[in-house]
Design a protein around this ligand. Structure first.
Ligand SMILES: Nc1ncnc2c1ncn2[C@@H]1O[C@H](COP(=O)(O)OP(=O)(O)OP(=O)(O)O)[C@@H](O)[C@H]1O
Length: 808
C-alpha cells in the first residue's frame, strides 16, 4: 500500500509554534587594542553555541541593538489588531504563488535524489498493490479449478505482499529524510536572507512571526517535494485500478466511471476550501507566536506591572480565531472524507452488482470478480489522495509565508575597499531617513574629520540613534549619502565595512559560549591578549577576573548587571575597532568613574579612529571634539560643547530628564583610586565632590590641570595650554543647573599629534563656517543650522575656541 499522506488538519496540523532557536590574564605589558583581527579568521563561524543573552525585538532595531523590553501590541485582548506587524508584510495572495513555486522547486532540486528514490519506492509499492488483485484472482481461480501451478501463483502473491511492505518501509524512510533535507534547505535560505536584511528591513517582521516562518512553516513547506512524489505515486493506484478494471471487464468499469465526475468535483471543492483555511490558520499561528515573543521579552515589565493575566489573555486572544480556522479545516477535511466514504462504497457496490450479473452470465470468473472489486476500491481510493492533497495545500501555504521573507531584498553591498591609511572621515550629505511614514532625519549634512570624536546630542527622539545607524550602514538613508573616507558606504564591500566600522550599543546582545568569546565575537577572532586589552579598556577586566574561570567562564554562568553587560559590549567593539567606532549610548549604564576611565582608555588603548558617540551626558559631550546637536531630525548646530553651552536651548537639551543632567556623572572629577588630582571632566565642578581616595574634590576646578585625554584624540593637552573661551577654566560653582557644567574640559581642543600621529591636523580645523552660512556670529566654532541653514557639509574645522586649530 502507498503510505498515507501526512495527515489531516487539526491535531495533524501544526499547533501554535513554540518560539525556539531557528534551525540557528593580562600580561604585564598592556597591549593596545590595535590590529585586533590578527587572530584566526572566523569566517563562517556560527554565532556560537549560545543564544543571545537578551531577547531581540523592538522598534529601534535600525540603530540600536534590540532591547530586552518590547511594548506589547496595543489594544485589549481580542481580534488581531490590523496594525500588528505581520499585517505590514504583504499577505499571501495569488501574486506570491510564483515565488512559493520557485522556492518549492528549489527545495525539490536540492532533494532531487531522495525525492526520486521516494517516488520510485512509492511507485513500485503501488505497482505491487496493483498487481496483487490480478494475481490473487488468478490464484483463486486456479485453486477453485483444482488446476496445477496454484502453488507458484500463491508464492507470487506472498512475494508481492512482502515487496509491498518493504517498499512502503523504504518510502517512509526516504520521505522522512527528504523532508528533513528540504526543511533544512528552506531554513538555511530563510535564515541567511534574514541575516542579510539588516536590522531595519528585518524589523518589518516581528520576532515571533519570523520564528514561525522559519520553524513551523519551513517544516511544512519542506515536506512538499516528498509529498508531491508520494502523491504522484498515490495517483498511480486509482488510475491503475481503473485501467485494470477496464482490462478485467469493461462493462463493470463503466459502472464505476459513472461516479467518477462526482469524485473529481469532491476533490476540487476540498482543495479550494482547505487552501483558504490553512492559509488563515498559519497566519494566526504567526500572530500568536509574535505576541508570545513580545511577552517573553517584556517579562520583567509584565511581572512588575502585575499584568500577567492580561498578557495571558492577550497572547491567546487569537486562539478563538485559530480554533475557528482549525474547525473549518477539520470540517472541510471531514466533509471530503465523509463524501468519499459514501461515494466509494457506493461505487464498489455498483461494481460488485454489475460484476455479479456478469458472473452469473458467465462473462466473469470468481477470481475476476474478486479482482474487479479490489480494483474498484483502489480506483476509488480518494482517501489517500485527499490526505496527500491536504499536505500539499498546507505545504504550499507555508511556502508562501517563507517566500514572503525571501521576497524582501537583502542589503546590497559594493566591492570597493576603503582607502588605505584613511582616518575615518565621515560625511553625511543630505541624509534623510523616513520611519513610519515620517522623516526622522531631514537632510542632514555633516562632516566628522578622520580621527575626531563627535558627540551626537539632542532631545529624546531627535534622531540620534537613527543617525548612528546610517553612519555605519546599519540602515540606509532614504535619500542622501554617507561616505567614509570619501567612499559611499553602499559601495564598500561588506567585509571591509564590518571590519572598519564598529558599534557598541546601550543594551548589547552577547554571542558566544564564554565571556572571552563574547568579546571576540566578530568577523574575525582577535587573539586572547587583544581581547584582554579590549576588556581592560572597556573597564570590564575587573569583574571578568572575579568570574570563576575568567574569560573562559560560560556566559550562562556569568550573571551580568546592566553596566557589566554594557562593558562587555564595549569591549567587543574595542576588540574589533576599525576606523570608525559608533557608540550608541553605550556607556549609559556605567558609573561616572568607569565612564571616565573608558573614555581615557578609548583614546589611549583602542585603535585610533573616528568616534561617533550618541551622548546624553554633559560629560560625554564635553570630552568630544565636536558636538552634533540634533533637533527634530535636523542638525541644529555643530561645534565644541563649551561654546554651545552658552546657549540656553543647548543647555536645555541636557536638562531633559532623559538626558541625564542632575545626575550627570560628568560633574565628578575623578574618583578612581589613583586618580589625577585636579582632573575635571568639565561639569558643574562645584556641585559634586569626590569621596574617592586620592581624588580631587573640585577644589582646583578650572585649574586647567587636565591630564585626562577625554574621548578625543589629543583632547587633553590643549586645555592646559590654551583654555580658550568656554574651556576648562570656567569656575562657576553656584549650582545653577543652567550654569556651566559642561565647560570644565576642553576636549579635543589641543592637538595631540604624538598620540595620533596618523591623524591629519589639517583635517581637523574645527568647524567649517564656510559650509554653514547660518553659523552664529560671535559663537566661534559653532555652526548653527537651527534655521535649516546648514546647506553645505558641516565639519569641525578651524575655529575651535581654546584649541590649536586641530584635533589631531
Ligand atoms: N522603526 C521605526 N519606526 C517608526 N519610527 C521610528 C523607528 N525608529 C525610530 N523611529 C522614530 O524616529 C525618531 C528618532 O528615533 P531615535 O531612536 O533616533 O531617537 P533618539 O534621539 O536616539 O532618542 P533617545 O534619546 O530617546 O534614544 C523617533 O521619533 C522615533 O520614534
Amino acid at each position: 500500500m502507498v503510505a498515507p499522506g501526512p495527515g489531516a488538519p487539526g491535531p495533524g496540523a501544526p499547533g501554535p509554534v513554540a518560539p525556539g532557536p531557528v534551525a540557528p590574564g593580562p600580561g604585564a605589558a598592556r597591549p593596545a587594542v590595535t590590529e585586533p583581527c590578527a587572530g584566526k579568521p572566523a569566517a563562517g563561524r556560527p554565532p556560537a553555541g549560545k543564544p543571545p543573552v537578551r531577547e531581540p525585538a523592538g522598534r529601534k532595531q535600525a540603530g540600536r541593538e534590540p532591547s530586552g523590553e518590547v511594548p506589547p501590541a496595543q489594544g485589549p485582548p481580542g481580534a488581531i489588531p490590523p496594525g500588528e506587524k505581520p499585517s505590514a508584510v504583504p499577505g499571501p495572495g495569488p501574486h506570491e504563488t510564483p515565488r512559493a513555486r520557485t522556492l518549492l522547486a528549489g527545495a525539490a532540486r536540492f532533494t532531487l535524489g531522495r525525492t526520486l528514490l521516494t517516488a520510485l519506492a512509492t511507485t513500485a509499492s503501488a505497482a505491487a498493490t496493483l498487481a496483487l488483485p490480478a494475481v490473487l484472482g488468478h490464484t483463486l481461480d486456479l485453486l477453485l479449478a483444482g488446476a496445477g501451478g496454484a502453488r507458484g501463483w500463491a508464492l507470487l502473491c506472498a512475494a508481492l505482499l512482502t515487496a509491498e511492505v518493504l517498499l512502503d518501509a523504504l518510502a517512509a524512510y526516504t520521505t522522512g529524510v527528504t523532508n528533513a533535507h528540504g526543511t533544512a534547505w528552506l531554513r538555511r535560505r530563510g535564515t541567511a536572507r534574514l541575516l542579510a536584511l539588516g536590522p531595519h528591513r528585518a524589523a518589518r517582521f516581528t520576532p515571533g512571526d519570523l520564528v514561525t516562518r522559519l520553524t513551523g512553516n519551513a517544516a511544512e513547506a519542506g515536506t512538499v517535494p516528498a509529498t508531491a512524489a508520494t502523491a504522484a505515486a498515490s495517483l498511480v493506484l486509482p488510475v491503475g485500478g481503473l485501467v485494470a478494471l477496464v482490462l478485467v471487464d469493461a462493462p463493470t468499469a463503466l459502472a464505476f466511471l459513472a461516479g467518477v465526475p462526482v469524485l473529481v468535483l469532491l476533490l476540487r471543492a476540498f482543495v479550494r476550501s482547505s487552501s483558504d483555511s490553512v492559509t488563515r490558520y498559519q497566519r494566526i499561528q504567526g500572530h500568536i507566536a509574535a505576541r508570545l515573543m513580545e511577552t517573553l521579552a517584556g517579562a520583567r515589565t509584565v511581572a512588575a506591572a502585575g499584568t500577567a493575566r492580561f498578557e495571558h489573555a492577550r497572547v491567546l486572544a487569537p486562539l478563538a480565531e485559530l480554533s475557528a480556522q482549525g474547525r473549518r479545516m477539520w470540517q472541510v477535511y471531514g466533509r471530503a472524507v465523509t463524501q468519499g466514504g459514501i461515494l466509494v462504497p457506493l461505487l464498489t457496490t455498483a461494481v460488485l452488482a454489475v460484476g455479479g450479473l456478469r458472473l452469473t452470465a458467465g462473462h466473469l470468473t470468481v477470481g475476476e470478480l474478486l479482482a474487479a472489486s479490489r480494483y474498484a476500491a483502489l480506483a476509488a481510493g480518494v482517501g489517500a489522495v485527499v490526505g496527500q492533497l491536504n499536505a500539499l495545500v498546507r505545504g504550499r501555504a507555508a511556502a508562501r509565508r517563507t517566500a514572503e521573507l525571501l521576497a524582501v531584498p537583502p542589503v546590497p553591498y559594493g566591492r570597493e575597499r576603503l582607502p588605505r591609511g584613511g582616518h575615518g572621515r565621515l560625511e553625511l550629505r543630505g541624509v534623510t531617513v523616513v520611519r513610519g511614514g515620517a522623516p526622522v532625519l531631514r537632510g542632514v549634512d555633516l562632516t566628522v574629520p578622520g580621527g575626531a570624536t563627535a558627540a551626537v546630542v539632542g532631545r529624546s527622539g531627535s534622531g540620534k540613534s537613527v543617525l548612528a545607524a546610517v553612519a555605519g550602514r546599519l540602515a540606509d538613508p532614504d535619500s542622501g549619502r554617507v561616505l567614509l573616507d570619501g567612499v559611499p558606504l553602499e559601495r564598500v564591500a561588506r567585509d571591509e565595512l564590518r571590519r572598519e566600522v564598529g558599534y557598541a550599543f546601550e543594551r548589547p546582545v552577547l554571542f558566544g559560549d564564554t565571556v572571552g568569546a563574547a568579546i571576540g565575537f566578530g568577523a574575525c577572532e582577535p587573539p586572547r591578549p587583544a581581547i584582554a586589552a579590549a576588556a581592560r579598556a572597556a573597564g570590564a577586566e575587573s569583574f571578568v577576573r572575579l568570574l570563576p574561570a575568567g574569560y573562559d567562564t560560560a556566559l550562562a554562568d556569568a550573571p551580568l548587571s546592566g553596566g557589566e553587560l554594557q562593558r562587555l559590549g564595549l569591549a567587543r567593539a574595542f576588540a574589533h575597532a576599525g576606523r570608525l567606532l559608533v557608540l550608541d549610548d553605550a556607556t549609559s549604564s556605567l558609573d561616572s568613574v568607569t565612564e571616565l576611565e573608558v573614555g581615557r582608555a578609548l583614546t589611549r588603548e583602542v585603535r585610533a579612529g573616528t568616534r561617533l558617540l550618541v551622548a546624553h551626558r554633559v560629560s560625554s559631550a564635553a570630552r568630544a571634539d565636536l558636538v552634533v546637536w540634533l533637533e527634530d531630525g535636523r542638525v541644529r548646530a555643530v561645534g565644541p560643547h563649551d561654546v554651545l553651552w552658552d546657549r540656553p536651548e543647548y543647555r536645555a537639551v541636557f536638562a531633559d530628564p532623559g538626558s541625564g543632567l542632575g545626575s550627570d556623572p560628568g560633574s565628578v572629577t575623578d574618583s578612581g583610586p589613583g586618580s589625577e588630582p585636579g582632573f575635571a571632566t568639565g561639569c558643574d565642578l562645584g556641585s559634586v565632590t569626590d569621596s574617592g581616595p586620592g581624588s580631587a574634590s573640585g577644589s582646583d576646578l578650572g585649574s586647567g590641570k587636565d591630564s585626562g585625554p577625554g574621548f578625543g584624540p589629543g583632547s587633553a593637552s590643549g586645555s592646559v595650554k590654551d583654555p580658550g573661551p568656554g574651556s576648562a577654566t570656567d569656575s562657576e560653582t553656584d549650582g545653577d543647573p543652567g550654569a556651566d557644567p559642561g565647560r570644565g574640559v576642553n576636549p579635543g581642543s589641543g592637538a595631540d599629534p604624538g598620540s595620533h600621529p596618523g591623524v591629519d591636523p589639517g583635517s581637523h580645523p574645527g568647524v567649517d563656517p564656510g559650509s554653514h552660512p547660518g553659523g552664529v556670529p560671535g559663537a566661534p566654532g559653532v555652526v548653527d543650522s537651527g534655521s535649516g541653514s546648514c546647506s553645505g557639509s558641516c565639519s569641525c574645522s578651524g575655529s575651535r575656541p581654546g584649541g590649536s586649530g586641530g584635533t589631531a
